[in-house]
Design a protein around this ligand. Sequence first.
Ligand code: NCD
Length: 298
Amino acid sequence: MKFQSQHILDSKQFDREGLLEVFKIAKEMEEKGGRKLAEGKILATLFYEPSTRTRFSFETAMLRLGGGVVSGSDMVANSSHKKGESLEDTGRVVSRMADMIAMRHPEAGSVEKLASGSRVPVINAGDGVHEHPTQALLDVYTIWKEFDGKLEGLKVGMVGDLKNGRVPHSQYNLLKHFGVSFVFVAPEGLQMPEEYVGERVENLAEVISELDVIAMTRVQKERFTSEAEAEKYAGAYVLDSELMGKVKKSAIVIHPLPRVDEIAVEVDDDGRARYFDQVENGVAVRMALICLVLGFDE
Ligand code: NCD
């Protein structure tokens, strides 16, 4: 298996075949459960940035597989980072104890740095504005399940802070293997970086009725130079019942969460909202990835 013993740092590591392999195993995990496949193995979670879903999801996935977890939820304040230890050394040390590491950090490239010192596989759980491959895996798994694996020709709208959001960057790299087209909906100044190919618009209402997938994201306020700078974009997009009135019946709305103000609570009961179901898909996808990386035969 090509994921065995590999670090998972970047969504570009996945081709179509690799994605389908992850999704097939994730589906089996949903149907058959973890069957103690990872019994005796330990996952270390090293989080240098806030997280609710991602860390709990990795840890739940490992526990559901029968493995164990050692958890660093606030590595900035409570680890040897505070004493000046390098990321490479932290990788060297933790990998003498754990069988696998999941790590989040505010700097792009930091996970790769820790991985360079590690002798066990390291999974990127978000590195600054760069990448968040496992979030994108679960997003695309959600779309794949919804459309029965037939993604060719779908129109995917990515909405929000596409400049600073690591999730849209990773989603694009995975979705481009499935023949979808992209509409990037963002305020000027927060648009998708140049190298991503798609239609660029500012007005959501103008395009929303064409979209099959509405992929919302929040303004990444922690990436701005000041709160005031981020505040300028607050409320730039608010998906509410009125806007949902224009959306195709067959479309779905996804969001990595946390949401701030970009999806009104009234949309939660809309049959097209998938953002809370995604949480469950996330555990299944991470169970699948842990199995593939640790080399368990399915
Ligand atoms: C995302 C992240 O951390 O990039 N959250 C998550 O992992 N579910 C999105 C975000 O914080 O906006």
